[in-house]
Write a protein of this length. Structure first.
Ligand SMILES: NC(=O)c1ccc[n+]([C@@H]2O[C@H](COP(=O)([O-])OP(=O)(O)OC[C@H]3O[C@@H](n4cnc5c(N)ncnc54)[C@H](OP(=O)(O)O)[C@@H]3O)[C@@H](O)[C@H]2O)c1
Length: 290
């Protein structure tokens, strides 16, 4: 079966580089109208132009610094002003921060960008996704999630921040959120799946200053796969008829595999959902973590 995306509208976050850029390009090649989300107008326009030239397909650009919840809400509003359907949402943007930083609204940056942002964006776009069903939500997580559990007493990493632990926890949050979302969306025709892309040579980790950036570049050159290979599972989950109706699964190399034991903890998934709702302002504050 051919993965035909003609007439479908797809939003890809973090589409200006690495896995997101290739995902956007290949989905456009399959015929989709791609809405590319970036934080830099110059990088986003350049990427959109490249994809338009390579595919002849319409590519739209929406701008948002996704670490800001205000900008996430504005992004969803901007999208809905221009489109009345959304067939696939690829929550791909993410980063790793070696030192503790805070977002515009004062949230620890890894939590804000890697978890609260896709959590809120997905909520804000759920109505249009449901109206477009069958529709798909794809989360670019990581096998890094396997190393950790969530510390609900310290969601903001105030008690001794460690960059890779914070990153790994945010990727576990992606899986917990995806599974809980899939449970809540049962029967709606909207599916939610998460994936590990592999170790990919991209700009990942380059935001951490010269030394960390150079280290990452060297390790990448030695061991990492190309963004083209790294994007394959995201493209598969966004477009393949083989996964029509499949939901609440974790994929590596186009195959559903088991994620960590901690990721199947339904109580933790519900607690994370409620804590996230409180943090992004979708409900009254609850007494978990901070
Ligand atoms: N690379 C790997 O080995 C690997 C492994 C497992 C999982 N992943 C996951 O794959 C996803 C994509 O990473 P990548 O490897 O493709 O890295 P990348 O090349 O650094 O791409 C990250 C994308 O996210 C965007 N982004 C970062 N911060 C943002 C912000 N505040 N607001 C809006 N956009 C922002 C970047 O935009 P700019 O161009 O403006 O920086 C870029 O488009 C991430 O979620 C990462 O956790 C990567």
């Amino acid at each position: 079966m051919k993965d035909d995306m003609q007439g479908k509208v797809v939003m890809v976050t973090g589409a200006t580089s690495g896995i997101g850029r290739v995902t956007a390009l290949e989905l456009a090649r399959l015929g989709a109208t791609v809405v590319l989300v970036g934080r830099s107008q110059a990088r986003a326009e350049t990427t959109a132009q490249e994809i338009r030239r390579a595919t002849g397909n319409p590519v739209d650009v929406l701008l948002a610094d996704l670490s800001s919840l205000t900008q996430v809400c504005r992004l969803a509003d901007d999208f809905k002003r221009r489109y009345d359907r959304l067939d696939v949402l690829v929550n791909n943007a993410g980063a790793y921060f070696t030192t503790r930083q805070e977002s515009a609204e004062g949230y620890e940056m890894t939590l804000a960008l890697n978890h609260l942002s896709p959590f809120l964006l997905t909520h804000r776009l759920l109505d249009v996704l449901q109206a477009s069903a069958p529709a798909r939500i794809v989360a670019v997580s990581s096998d890094a999630h396997r190393q950790v559990r969530i510390d609900f007493g310290d969601l903001q990493g105030r008690k001794g921040y460690r960059g890779f632990r914070a990153y790994s926890r945010s990727k576990l949050m992606n899986v917990l959120f995806t599974y809980e979302l899939a449970r809540r969306l049962t029967g709606t025709g909207v599916t939610a799946n998460a994936l590990h892309p592999g170790f990919v040579a991209s700009n990942f980790g380059r935001n951490n200053g010269d030394l960390a950036g150079v280290g990452m570049a060297v390790i990448s050159r030695l061991f990492a796969i190309s963004p083209e290979k790294g994007a394959r599972t995201a493209i598969y989950l966004a477009s393949s008829p083989e996964v029509e109706g499949v939901s609440g699964r974790y994929f590596v190399k186009n195959r559903a595999v088991r994620s960590s034991a901690a990721s199947y903890d339904q109580a933790a998934a519900r607690t994370l959902w409620e804590a996230s709702e409180a943090l992004v302002g979708l409900r009254e504050p609850v007494l978990v973590g901070d």
